[in-house]
Design a protein around this ligand. Structure first.
Ligand code: ZN
Length: 409
């Protein structure tokens, strides 16, 4: 009995020590990356004195339509602090990062309500500010790609998936078989289900590709049913189908789409093509540099243009380079592209450039995502409001630091 009790005590002590080590480790990492002149492996023998703080503000949101993606990224200028941790409505942030050199803390959450950022600082922070990020994870610019008309798309799908990226397929409903699985020449429901399960967007490209005088609401509604059938057969039945691409870029679909967008269907975006911008500034103002203009948009602009150059050549690379050169605090660009079947040669080159130069193998400034995810972000962003902003003092904190060449999570 005595032995058992002491074992329990040892177990409690061990757990307690482990928790202390974990907390100390986090502090040490936070401290280490913003400290210079410390030799690797060195350790302080006296505790550093600091104070714990909580910065609070309120996130509110207007009513949203049904959406798959409701995540928002926030930019918080904290200054020099240790170990910032965010929660909203008591729920931990989905992701966060802190850059000691700029003092900027970035976090993402799909929650609304009271946002709290806990941190430790050696001096009282001043002028803390919060703003919504123009794009998810505060990326500099975005690229979405769509592929139309069901056939000869597998090679392009494979190229995109090989990068770990996702895109959109716009399907002609009447051509989609529920059971055929011959992806070498046509994508049917089994292929769509696999892509939905991998986070791809499937869009509605009408029932029979009717255009130039034969556009109708039934074409949109019947095409929608086919995509929704694939979603229902997938492991992600919660996915909301918001994307439509008007066949032949036919503007006759504009009034039809507008009527169906108004709650009659879950559709929210029309990749119209004709007359709408494919290169956009999601911060709302037109940006012209040289021969190129990015048209200012918000989530109120739901008719998107479609750049078709990848079907012919690799000039999209110049557009990427333009976006990277001209991006800035009020210039966050979004480029939307389109290919049809057998366009894998140019797409492969464009993908490689994007990935190596601006993606995970490069600056990582590019947000490559399906159109529905990017549009959803803009919608959530535009309907989100930040109010208040208050700093409260927790109390004194003492910790030992230890140098480790680590990056804060
Ligand atoms: Zn088409």
């Amino acid at each position: 009995m005595v032995l058992r009790r002491s074992r329990t005590r040892i177990a409690i002590l061990t757990v307690g020590l482990l928790i202390s080590f974990v907390l100390l480790g986090q502090l040490a990492r936070a401290y280490a990356v913003q400290t210079t002149g410390i030799t690797e492996g060195s350790q302080s023998t006296t505790p550093t004195q600091a104070t714990s703080y909580t910065y609070s503000f309120t996130i509110s949101r207007e009513q949203l339509p049904a959406l798959t993606y409701t995540e928002m990224t926030y930019i918080v200028r904290l200054g020099t602090v240790f170990n910032p941790v965010a929660s909203v409505n008591g729920i931990p942030a989905l992701r966060s990062s802190y850059q000691p050199s700029s003092g900027i803390f970035i976090f993402s959450s799909n929650q609304v309500g009271l946002a709290q950022i806990n941190f430790i600082s050696a001096s009282t922070p001043t002028n803390i500010s919060v703003q919504k990020a123009s794009l998810k994870d505060n990326k500099a610019w975005a690229w979405s790609h769509g592929m139309d008309d069901n056939t000869n798309l597998q090679a392009q799908i494979d190229l995109i998936r090989a990068k770990g990226w996702r895109a959109t397929l716009f399907m002609i409903g009447e051509a989609v078989s529920e059971t055929r699985n011959e992806p070498d020449w046509i994508i049917d429901q089994p292929g769509l289900v696999e892509l939905i399960n991998a986070g791809w967007n499937i869009g509605n490209h009408s029932w029979s590709h009717a255009c130039y005088g034969s556009a109708s609401a039934a074409e949109v509604i019947d095409g929608q049913a086919v995509v929704e059938r694939a979603v229902a057969a997938s492991a992600h039945q919660e996915r909301v189908v918001i994307s439509f691409a008007a066949p032949c870029f036919d503007t006759d679909y504009v009034p039809i789409f507008d009527a169906l967008r108004d709650g009659t269907t879950t559709l929210l975006v029309n990749e119209l093509g004709s007359g709408s911008p494919a290169l956009m500034n999601v911060d709302g103002t037109d940006v012209t540099v040289g021969e190129v203009t990015a048209v200012g948009v918000s989530s109120a602009d739901y008719n998107l243009g479609r750049d078709t150059s990848i079907g012919r050549d690799t000039s999209a690379i110049q557009t990427f380079d333009w976006m990277a050169t001209n991006a800035g605090p009020t210039k966050h660009f979004w480029f939307n592209t389109l290919t049809h079947g057998n366009n894998e040669a140019a797409l492969g080159t464009v993908l490689n450039h994007a990935y190596r130069t601006y993606g995970p193998d490069g600056t990582n400034e590019l947000w490559m995502a399906p159109e529905d995810e990017i549009y959803s972000y803009l919608l959530v962003r535009d309907r989100t409001t930040i109010t208040g902003g208050e700093l409260s003092v927790g109390g004194p904190v003492a910790f030992y630091w230890e140098y480790m060449p680590l990056v804060v999570r």
